[in-house]
Design a protein around this ligand. Structure first.
Ligand SMILES: Cc1cc2nc3c(=O)[nH]c(=O)nc-3n(C[C@H](O)[C@H](O)[C@H](O)COP(=O)(O)OP(=O)(O)OC[C@H]3O[C@@H](n4cnc5c(N)ncnc54)[C@H](O)[C@@H]3O)c2cc1C
Length: 393
């Protein structure tokens, strides 16, 4: 039986290796990605290449890949812990890692042929090959069935034409894994495929989209105009994009939920330390009930969020269906995290607003998680479809 308190993960089905992973990552990131540096990277729009290289040395970039490709093939809860800790350090750090870790790498591993796996997965595990996710388009966002980027078969490959938007990390990635229409006659989710579009291809342009937070890893527009992509960069079957997309969405949502837990944890940790140290009316502000209760609420909500995320992970690791768990975790955790960060801002007062402290950055970063990974409105549509009336009504 674990002697840890619930706030340190006690009572949750975590094993020693989970706690060790968190401790290792936190020590590394607190040392190499302090608030001042993350703010500087965002201010200058500078990709955190050295931090990514350090994380790769710790084995983080290969966490979702098998050993034969240089990875460590950890369980879902470990991946969630990685997502939490990189996001606790800052959005630009998380966005530099997670698209490849939780989407690009698994897409190739689960659906790519042996040649594609041999060619790309060792580089991904080493942190040298990065993949940005290219789902969203100007007119196909929540409704990806409207994807209009087309890939026309030509000798040796495809000519890709269209625009992807919000492709996070594309400027510093080797590939965009793009959802494209390969069968022009098909409609809806049919006739789509995933192609790995090299970011240094001819007839391809990448432009930064200015955004509220995490600017160190830019979100980008990617313009393709008859861009040639070799046939060997097709992921899975031709026209098999729908199956690949569905296979990745559940885990993607759980890991977004875990990221939100990371922001909430960062805000809570900072606010708690501050409330002990900051004195007003002759005592630490935590001793004023209004402040203390905010911290109590933050601790409860943070723990609830973590339990939801880890419950979905545990079901994934037991090979149980976990789509609904994933959606509920993503919606609940992201909204809890927004509230926790707001409370942290209130605990700090004016210094919550100062760019010298991390709370204002968490405040800017946290809202994204109600939008990305499927908006919470869309995901509520999914939840309500799963709600059954009580028996006998
Ligand atoms: C910083 C950032 C990074 C991102 N990174 C990536 C990335 O790397 N790769 C990628 O492919 N995409 C990325 N995205 C895009 C993200 O996935 C989309 O923003 C998201 O899918 C929703 O699209 P939208 O914001 O354009 O909203 P829209 O789909 O245009 O919807 C607008 C509003 O209407 C609501 N709405 C629409 N339809 C319904 C409905 N049926 N029922 C109820 N409400 C509805 C939505 O919830 C939303 O509030 C990123 C976005 C941001 C902001």
């Amino acid at each position: 039986m674990s002697a840890r308190s619930i706030l340190d993960g006690g009572g949750i089905a975590l094993e020693d290796h989970h706690h060790d992973l968190r401790a290792t990552m936190r020590a590394f990131l607190e040392r190499h990605a302090p608030n001042e540096l993350v703010n500087e990277l965002d201010r200058e729009g500078r990709f955190p290449a050295e931090i990514v290289a350090g994380l790769a040395e710790l084995g983080i970039c290969g966490a979702t890949l098998p050993e034969r490709f240089g990875g460590s093939d950890v369980d879902s809860t470990s991946v969630a812990i990685i997502c939490e800790e990189v996001q606790r350090a800052g959005s630009c750090i998380a966005s530099a890692i997670t698209p490849t870790l939780t989407f690009g790498g698994p897409a190739i591993l689960w659906h790519g042929d042996e040649a594609l796996q041999q060619r790309l997965l060792p580089g991904i595990a080493a942190g040298e090959t990065r993949i940005a996710i290219g789902l969203t388009e100007p007119d196909a966002a929540s409704d990806l069935s409207q994807v209009a980027t087309r890939a026309t078969a030509v000798e040796g490959g495809f000519l890709v034409s269209g625009t992807k938007v919000w492709c996070t990390g594309a400027l510093d990635a080797e590939y965009v894994i793009a959802l494209v229409r390969t069968d022009p006659a098909a409609t809806g989710y049919d006739g789509m495929s995933f192609l790995l579009v090299p970011t240094d291809a001819d007839n391809l342009e990448i432009r930064k989209i200015p955004k509220l937070a995490g600017q160190g890893t830019a979100s980008c527009e990617v313009f393709c105009d008859e861009t040639f992509v070799a046939a060997e960069n097709l992921v899975g079957e031709l026209h098999g994009g729908k199956r690949i997309l569905w296979s990745l969405l559940d885990s993607e949502r759980v890991y977004v939920a875990a990221q939100t837990v990371g922001v909430a944890q960062g805000a809570y940790d900072f606010a708690l330390a501050y409330a002990h140290q900051r004195r007003q009316f002759g005592r630490p502000v935590i001793e004023h009930q209004a402040v203390g209760h905010r911290l109590a609420d933050m601790a409860c909500q943070l723990t609830m969020a973590r339990l939801l995320a880890y419950t979905a992970c545990a079901r994934a690791d037991r090979d149980e269906p976990y789509s609904l768990d994933a959606v509920m975790a993503k919606v609940s955790c992201s909204e809890i995290a927004t509230r926790v960060v707001e409370l942290a801002m209130e605990v700090l007062g004016a210094y919550g607003y100062s760019v010298e402290y991390p709370i204002e950055r968490f405040y800017r970063e946290v809202k994204l998680f109600e939008i990305a990974g499927g908006t919470n409105q869309i995901l509520r549509n999914v939840i309500v479809k799963n709600l059954q009336p009580p028996r006998g009504t």
